[in-house]
Design a protein around this ligand. Structure first.
Ligand code: 5RP
Length: 224
C-alpha cells in the first residue's frame, strides 16, 4: 500500500472505532490535514448517526459541510465525545508533534474540549524521539523576531514559515534541530515565551489512542 492508501485505511479504521459510540446528539471533533481528510470522507457515509462536528480549521469545516455534515462553532457545544486527528510525529507515549498544516492551536483547543483523542497516522509518523519534524510555533506577528531569539536559547534553529497565515491571523515559526527527550517540559517552556500562541507539542495532553497504519494493517496503540 502507498501512503495515500495507508491514510485512507486509517481514516476508515477511525470511523469503525467511533461508530459504536455515536448517538443522535453526539458531537465529533475533527482535525486537519490529509489523514484527517480521509477520516472526514469515511465519516460522511455515517452522517445520520451523529448530530454534528466541530472542526479545528476552516479547511476541514468546508470539507465536512461539502459532505452535508453540520459543523457547529466550538462555543456552541458543551461536550465533544471524541476528537480524531493526524500528526506529524508520534512516539510510544503518544506524545505528538502537530502543526504541519498550521492548525495546531485550534487542534489543541478542540482536543482540550474532547473526552477522547484518537490520533490517526501512517507508520512514517512513528519515531523513537520527537524533533526530526520541525516543531511549529504559532506566534503573534509583532513578536516573531523576539520569539525566534528565545527559541535559539532553547537550543533550536527557528525558521519563519514564509507566506503562512493561520486561521487565527498569526504566523508560524518552525523550530528545527531539536531532539526532544522531555516533551512536556519543552511544551511548557515554549508556552511561557511572550507572543507564543501555542506550540505543536501535544505532550501535556497526548493522544489517548493511536491508530497506526502500516503494510500489515492498522494497529491500535495505547500509551506506554
Ligand atoms: C495540521 C496537523 C496535521 O495533523 C499534521 O500536519 C499531519 O498532516 P497529514 O495528515 O497531512 O500528514 O497537525 O496542523
Amino acid at each position: 500500500m502507498n501512503q495515500d492508501q495507508l491514510k485512507q485505511a486509517v481514516g476508515q479504521a477511525a470511523v469503525d472505532y467511533i461508530l459504536p459510540k455515536l448517538e443522535s446528539d453526539t458531537i465529533v471533533g475533527v482535525g486537519t490535514g490529509s489523514t484527517a481528510n480521509c477520516f472526514i470522507d469515511a465519516l460522511a457515509a455515517h452522517k445520520g448517526a451523529f448530530d454534528a462536528a466541530v472542526s479545528s480549521s476552516e479547511a476541514s469545516a468546508a470539507r465536512l459541510r461539502s459532505h452535508g455534515i453540520t459543523v457547529y462553532e466550538l462555543n456552541a457545544v458543551d461536550k465533544v465525545l471524541v476528537y480524531v486527528d493526524g500528526a506529524d510525529e508520534c512516539n510510544a507515549s503518544l506524545e505528538l508533534i502537530k502543526g504541519g498544516g498550521a492548525a495546531h492551536t485550534r487542534e489543541k483547543i478542540v482536543t482540550a474540549c474532547s473526552q477522547e483523542f484518537v490520533c490517526i497516522a501512517d507508520e512514517s509518523k512513528w519515531v523513537a524521539t520527537l524533533g526530526k519534524f520541525p516543531l511549529p510555533v504559532e506566534v503573534i506577528p509583532m513578536a516573531r523576531a523576539y520569539v525566534a531569539r528565545q527559541l535559539v536559547k532553547l537550543g533550536g534553529d527557528p525558521v519563519h514559515r514564509m507566506g503562512c497565515i493561520t486561521d487565527n491571523g498569526n504566523e508560524i515559526i518552525d523550530l528545527h534541530g531539536m531532539s526532544i527527550t522531555d516533551a512536556k517540559a519543552l511544551e511548557t517552556d515554549i508556552n511561557q515565551i511572550a507572543g507564543v500562541v501555542a506550540n505543536g507539542l501535544f505532550a501535556r495532553r497526548p493522544a489517548d489512542l493511536l491508530l497506526l497504519a502500516g503494510s500489515q494493517g492498522v494497529r491500535t496503540i495505547y500509551a506506554k
